[in-house]
Design a protein around this ligand. Structure first.
Ligand code: KMH
Ligand code: ZN
Length: 301
């Protein structure tokens, strides 16, 4: 497995708004199509959020998430990871609601509280397509992304009850200690799966130094062999930082949730494009994209 890299496609998220790119999948059917195509391009895992088919708004409706996960499952065997981050402003219960309904193999588990701001998007959108978009992004200037110890405990418990493995989203080094706390308590057992998420306004910026800092901290706190890791980077640094992650022997997440562009000033026309790009980079570095089966083995699913 050493020469394999697990590529995750984060297909749509709950940060970018439809007015930013016509290619952002903003309906359940488009999300399904994009997830399947991203898998065909090399993704072993898809990280999924739901959006309302009426107006592309991020949605926590478990029926929509079920429709999406069933739709993807019918068409391919990619590993499905659903969000429990939801969108800024959603409550814990609604963020968890899809876990028992979808029983996905993976779900994100945000490993601590952080400011998660993307209000500057408002200044760039002159003619919003939908009324909800500008208030939605502006709201992130005042509302934090809360993930208390009690919340994390609940996520871990509900995921455990439903056969879902937590993928811990790590935005700051202290969050690795939060995870260690739950290991020590016996709530979870290693090796845990970490997704280092760099470049969020409010979290660690997307730099090589910060990636190394998180990796070294995880080695020290969780022990080498105590975790499997992947890295995502928001915005323009996506490919630089995920390439470094591949060089360091880690796994990589790309996709339109994190970055709408395939290169400077050029919008990605699909999630398959960034997946194919990082798959090509990985191959040029001597690492092959993992199959879903290999990802399951590596993540202990
Ligand atoms: N939408 C963000 C607030 C996750 O999926 O768990 C959080 C997020 C992480 O997207
Ligand atoms: Zn997400």
């Amino acid at each position: 497995m050493e020469n394999k890299v697990i590529i995750t496609a984060a297909v749509t998220g709950a940060v970018h708004i439809p007015s930013m790119s016509e290619y952002l999948p903003d309906t359940p059917d488009k999300i399904i199509d994009e997830a399947v195509a991203a898998h065909r391009a090399g993704a072993a895992v898809v990280h999924l959020h739901a959006r309302d088919p009426k107006d592309g708004r991020p949605s926590s409706d478990p029926n929509l998430m079920k429709y999406i996960t069933d739709g993807v499952r019918e068409r391919c065997d990619v590993v499905i990871g659903i969000t429990t981050g939801g969108a800024i402003g959603m409550g814990i219960e609604e963020r968890l609601a899809s876990v028992p309904v979808c029983k996905a193999e993976l779900a994100s588990c945000n490993a601590g509280s952080v400011n998660f701001c993307f209000s500057p998007i408002a200044n760039k959108i002159k003619n919003p397509k939908y009324d909800w978009e500008i208030p939605f992004v502006k709201n992130t200037y005042t509302v934090p992304f809360a993930n208390t110890f009690k919340d994390i405990e609940d996520y871990i418990r509900v995921m455990g009850e439903n056969g879902t493995k937590p993928e811990f989203e790590v935005y700051e080094a202290g969050m690795i200690s939060n995870i260690a706390y739950f290991i020590k308590k016996g709530a979870i057992h290693g090796p845990v799966y970490l997704q280092f998420v760099l470049g969020i306004m409010g979290g660690l910026p997307a730099t090589v130094d910060n990636l190394l800092f998180l990796l070294n901290t995880a080695n020290r706190v969780l022990g080498e062999g105590g975790f499997v890791w992947s890295c995502a980077a928001a915005g323009k640094d996506q490919f630089d930082i995920t390439t470094v992650a591949v060089i360091l022997g880690g796994n990589a997440r790309v996709g339109l949730e994190d970055n709408l562009y395939i290169s400077k000033g050029v919008l990605a026309k699909s999630n398959a494009e960034p997946v194919a790009k990082i798959a090509g980079i990985a191959r040029s570095l001597g690492r092959e994209p993992a199959t879903p089966g290999e990802a399951r083995e590596c993540l202990g699913l």
